[in-house]
Write a protein that binds this ligand. Structure first.
Ligand code: FAD
Length: 587
């Protein structure tokens, strides 16, 4: 079978903040770089980021990257790798200034400096008073960042393949990964991109849950591609539920609302977070606030006729502040919750938001695999950055404002490392026909005719299964039942048939490919959660309520083949300072 081919120095799959910041380094270094995105680049989920990006600039209250680092490690429930966290926190400061110079229109303080708001889990002096570390462009920070990065890439002549869907990674005759099979959505025609290096920057997988803050496109494609290529996924049991999704809808109400002084109340009008986190209150870390809301609802203190949510109060902040700092939140609340936060409280409930786990990388964005006897090896030429990757800076729970930071820092570092890799490995790599055929076979399966189950029906089952079995609170029996259901869903994929077999803009075919990816990712989450018999960060086991550092201060690795689990140690040594040793985590 002959299909058209394109050749580049670097192939980047994903045009969110991670992919675009990597591409910018490569294009500026005059490498031939291809960016493939299944949607137009500025529609990537980064555009939806509201609250902001963390950097210890100290513009509003005193701050230092040491405190940022401590907060991130404590927030991670000590599962984050301390070398990568140190690097990210130190790099945060030049990263934000670089964004400012590239043209990101940050909100400003009266003295002209970048505006910073308080966010959850931020402190001064290793656990002291609240800090204000999150740099914001009103409540549309991601929008500002993504558009700026896209424009800079156009200027640097990055080659974009817009609305092209990457299906699978491809190997050369030696077995090295050398490109991807890609489907042009407009024509439905497949083509091959061969490259000396590949960066996966495909973002998150929130669509695996029924109620989510994530865009429709966040279907874990890159993670599933890695799994199919034999690469494990790390720490997948740690899925963040954001405390304040619009109740029943899941759309996000930014933590920035609480940073600006908003707070949560139950049906008695009580400010209940004071009971769960006496010091940080509504600005405790996300896992703690999400569990508190669920507990209020379960114990009968929920609001509304069904008692199934709590309320987020902003009306005391005043119209002027809401108009200046939270205009997007006001609009979302009016449209999707039919309340105007200037006058009424917003009904909220936790929503699936962010995956802490992903494709394991080192701090240069290089994908790493266990190589026996505790050693690790780099997968030659393969990189991952952003939400699909796990450089292990968030551990068991991510702090708000640290993801935009993660994607930009590790996107750039991966870009820089790729430049060196391509210089050392300048020869083109050629796809092995057998590998291409294998990828094509998966695509061709969807041409089967006849009647059968619809993609929508099976995806709805998957999302419900994940919500019911792998949500905020977990137990052995419920997880076991979930895994059994997921295996059954996986088998029933064979019964699914597309009704529409046309080629041009066949979104049904894309949704089918996304469903396959979501099932793989769902299994990774549920099996990793079943096997971790402790509670840590976002992973709350009712049957193992304590953190167990003796047995579980280690990373999980899930392999698709045989649903196998493996583990590897946490890197507890920072680069230049003394380690932070695990302590009880209270806010
Ligand atoms: C509503 C919301 C608000 C948020 N607010 C904040 C915040 O204030 N601060 C913060 O730090 N974090 C926030 N986050 C988290 C943060 O925005 C994301 O984690 C981050 O933007 C992910 O960036 P990324 O570059 O990894 O991926 P994305 O921006 O998700 O981009 C993924 C890219 O991959 C492409 N892609 C995926 N699959 C394929 C495929 N098969 N073929 C081709 N292309 C593919 C997509 O087209 C897209 O271009 C928020 C998240 C959400 C959902």
């Amino acid at each position: 079978m002959s299909i058209p081919k394109r050749q580049f120095d670097a192939l980047i799959i994903g045009a969110g903040g991670a992919g675009l910041n990597a591409a910018l380094q490569l294009a500026r270094a005059e490498l031939r770089v291809a960016v493939v995105s299944k949607v137009f680049p500025t529609r990537s989920h980064t555009v939806a980021a509201q609250g902001g990006i963390n950097a210890a600039l100290g513009n509003v209250l005193p701050d230092s990257w040491h405190w940022h680092m401590f907060d991130t490690i404590k927030g991670s429930d000590y599962l984050g790798d301390q070398d990568a966290i140190e690097l990210m926190c130190r790099e945060s400061i030049p990263t934000v200034y670089e964004l400012e110079r590239a043209g990101v229109p940050f909100s400003r303080l009266e003295n002209g400096k970048i505006y910073q708001r308080p966010f959850g889990g931020q402190s001064q002096n290793f656990g002291g008073e609240q800090a204000a570390r999150t740099c914001a462009a009103a409540d549309r920070t991601g929008h500002a960042v993504l558009h700026t990065l896209y424009q800079q890439n156009i200027r640097a002549r990055t080659h974009f393949f817009d609305e092209c869907f990457a299906c699978d990674l491809i190997r050369d005759a030696e077995g090295l990964l050398c490109g991807a099979l890609v489907l042009e959505i407009a024509t439905g025609e497949p083509f091959l991109i061969e490259a000396k290096s590949i960066l996966l920057a495909t973002g998150g997988c929130g669509q695996v849950f029924r109620t989510t803050s994530n865009a429709k496109i966040n279907t874990g494609d890159g993670m599933a591609m890695a799994l199919r290529a034999g690469i494990p996924l790390m720490d997948m049991e740690f899925f963040q539920f954001h405390p304040t999704g619009i109740a029943g809808k899941g759309l996000l109400i930014s933590e920035g609302t609480r940073g600006e002084g908003g707070y949560l109340i139950n049906r008695h009008g009580e400010r209940f977070m004071e009971r769960y986190a006496p010091r940080a209150k509504d600005l405790a870390s996300r896992d703690i606030v999400a569990r508190a809301i669920l507990t209020e609802v379960r114990e009968g203190r929920g609001c509304g006729p069904q008692g199934d949510h709590v309320l987020l109060k902003l009306d005391h902040l005043g119209e002027a502040l809401i108009a200046e700092r939270l205009p997007g939140i006001r609009e979302l609340s009016r449209i999707f919750a039919s309340v105007d936060p200037i006058k009424e409280a917003i009904p909220v409930f936790p929503t699936a938001h962010y995956i802490m786990g992903g494709i394991p990388t080192d701090r240069f964005g290089r994908v790493v695999m266990p190589a026996g006897q505790g050693a690790e090896e780099v997968v030659p030429g393969l990189y991952a950055a952003g939400e699909c990757a796990c450089a292990s800076v968030h551990g068991a729970n991510r702090l708000g404002g640290n993801s935009l930071l993660d994607i930009l820092v590790f996107g750039r570092l991966a870009g820089k490392d790729i430049i060196e890799y391509v210089r050392d490995n300048p020869y083109p790599r050629i796809a092995d026909p057998a590998s291409v055929e294998q990828a094509m076979a998966r695509l061709i399966r969807w041409e089967r005719c006849g009647t059968g189950l619809s993609v929508q029906a099976l995806s709805a089952e998957l999302r419900k299964c994940m919500e019911d079995h792998a949500g905020v609170f977990r137990t052995e029996s419920v997880l076991q039942e979930g895994v059994a259901q997921l295996h059954a869903i996986c088998e029933r994929l064979d019964e699914v048939r597309l009704r529409d077999h046309s080629k041009a803009f066949n979104t049904a075919r894309i949704e089918a490919l996304e469903l396959e990816n979501l099932i793989d990712v769902g299994l990774a989450i549920a099996l990793s959660a079943l096997n971790r018999r402790e509670s840590r960060g976002a992973h709350a086991r009712l049957d193992y309520p304590q953190r167990d550092d003796r047995n579980w201060l280690k990373h999980s690795l899930y392999y698709r083949e045989g649903d196998r689990m493996d583990y590897k140690p946490v890197r507890t040594k920072p680069l230049t300072i003394e380690p932070f040793t695990p302590q009880e985590r209270v806010y």
